[in-house]
Ligand binder design. Structure first.
Ligand code: HEC
Ligand code: HEC
Length: 297
């Protein structure tokens, strides 16, 4: 090949294309060679420091003893340290004080790690009340400012801790069935009257029945309900059990009552007791979280 090299004496490899395009044997630039050797050296150092060389069941441990697990645990410890600053204060404060402390209430309502309001609510409450307290059919909205049991931070905390209904720590009587004591006509008249109240109407004969048949005892003269009995406001546009067919829903509730344990047809309105399942701190956090849905008052 060297014999017919048209560029004799040049340091080419003898590979020539298109008459004069040829491959030369120049060494690569020095800076490139330095990087090249440095990267080889880096591989050796890395392999010594970190687990890199696969062995039969494991890999070499590396001189630094680094493991991914260790790094994860350190990260977690760091997070715990940040949280413990808040958690230790939550332990000593009431829900009301926590609510008034912007730093703590922010930590509860905007955090998304373990123990944050969002996680506690998602795990324990959203199945019934919806992921943002928007309510689901048969379960009350927590994000409005209409409260059955009271919307102060103390009342919300009490509801979560003790529960509400026949199995609550302090059981509530619910509403008796009236199927046996009232005629169909009276029941329908009362249903019409209370649906009218929610539409801003009042009528004398309805009011008379309401007073005479004892409804007034629990729902109040104005029909606005008593938070101590959980007897709902009948004058607002919120219907707990069936939003669509209000007249039949009201008539059904009057006929069969609410939370009458011995009556399978009775409406059920039971808020479970969380005081036995969650810690006092978790309940305080939930009370603050629910209050901050925007409806607390
Ligand atoms: C099994 C379903 C269920 C779960 C789970 C549940 N609730 Fe309830 N909750 C109810 C029902 C039903 C009521 C209404 C009780 C009534 O009508 O008297 C209620 C009422 C409430 C009220 C009172 C609302 C008012 O208007 O006064 C609050 C506050 C509340 N729940 C918060 C929570 C929180 C916080 C959690 C999670 C820790 C939770 N609930 C979990 C069913 C549930
Ligand atoms: C012993 C107290 C008590 C008496 C008496 C009573 N109620 Fe109730 N009523 C309640 C309670 C408690 C609820 C259920 C609230 C809840 O948990 O959602 C309720 C719920 C209702 C509802 C359903 C409201 C809704 O949002 O769907 C209607 C309608 C109603 N009552 C009408 C009447 C009428 C009419 C009378 C008179 C015949 C009457 N109540 C008598 C306690 C009572």
């Amino acid at each position: 090949m060297a014999d017919n090299n048209p560029f004799p004496g040049e340091n080419n490899t003898g590979h020539i294309w298109d008459d004069d395009l040829r491959e030369l044997k120049n060494p690569p630039p020095r800076w490139w060679m330095i990087l090249y050797y440095a990267s080889i050296a880096w591989c050796v150092v890395y392999a010594l420091l970190y687990p890199m060389i696969p062995l039969i069941t494991d890999s070499n441990k590396g001189l630094l003893n680094w493991t991914m697990m260790e790094e994860y645990k350190e990260g977690l410890a760091e997070l715990d340290q940040i949280r413990s600053k808040y958690e230790s204060r939550i332990k000593t404060m009431s829900a009301k004080e926590i609510l008034a402390d912007p730093e703590l209430s922010n930590y509860i309502s905007h955090g998304d790690g373990a123990g944050a309001g969002k996680v506690l609510f998602g795990d324990n409450c959203s199945a019934c009340h919806g992921s943002a307290g928007q309510g689901t059919p048969g379960f009350p909205v927590l994000a409005d400012d209409e409260w059955i049991w009271g919307g102060s931070i103390e009342k919300i905390e009490e509801t979560i801790k003790n529960g509400r209904g026949p199995k609550a720590i302090i059981p509530s009587p619910g509403m008796p069935a009236h199927a046996a004591t009232l005629s169909l006509q009276e029941i329908n008249g009362l249903a019409k009257y209370v649906v009218g109240l929610s539409e801003g109407k009042d009528d004398e004969s309805g009011k008379k029945l309401f007073m005479e048949k004892g409804c007034v005892g629990c729902h109040g003269v104005d029909g606005k309900g008593l938070a101590a009995l959980g007897s709902v406001n009948l004058t607002d546009a919120i219907w707990r059990f069936d939003e669509e067919d209000r007249l039949s829903s009201a008539a059904y509730t009057i006929r069969h009552g609410v939370n009458q344990m011995n009556n399978p047809k009775s409406r059920e309105a039971e808020m479970p007791t969380f005081g036995t399942r969650l810690s006092a701190d978790e309940i305080k956090k939930l009370a603050v979280y629910v209050y901050k849905f925007g409806g607390g008052k």
